[in-house]
Design a protein. Sequence first.
Length: 209
Amino acid sequence: MRNRKFFFTIFLTYLGFISVIAQQPAEADRVDLSTPQEFPPPAGRELILEEMFPIGLSNGDLLMVYRLWPLGGQTNDVLYSARSTDGGLSWEAPQTVHTIANGQHNWIQGLQTQSGRLIIAYYPPFGAGTELQLLHSDDAGVNWSPLVAVATGDGPRDAHLSETGDGRLWLVYHNFDLGDPGDFYYRTSLDDGVSWGNETLLLGGPAFP
């Protein structure tokens, strides 16, 4: 039996619910989409697309990682995860991944590496002084590591994580402290995100719009 790969599409409905569609690549010109499954926020709360990210796990589970805005006089910003074992039809109770006092988890990204490690990246609000924070889990999202700062200063943000076939992790991001705001920089890791190479310009310079 050949392997079947799926892509997940997330969109915000007019009711404020998050819908998840599993898409199988078409063999010809046809694209098959599953029935949208709602990922509802807790009562009275809203979810923002840039502040949630689904991770497909190697065991077939889905892990939705997301943040919720503080309510009322609350000041703690909480990053949660919710797990689905049936392709998004139902979701287990959310678990706390990380809490920030008087801060934010912005532009959440994540992946599962070839070794099985889960890595989540985000950046705190401008002016916090340390950007591009990483968390990792080696037990499918049950427990999470302390924070690791990959790039510091107020400029690095909007990170994207990926892994190539040789096991190299790529962290691509803007750095508004350097050059043009449209420049892209990257760092790579060969040890599952334990250490990272030097910051290197990927796209940019005077000729880059």
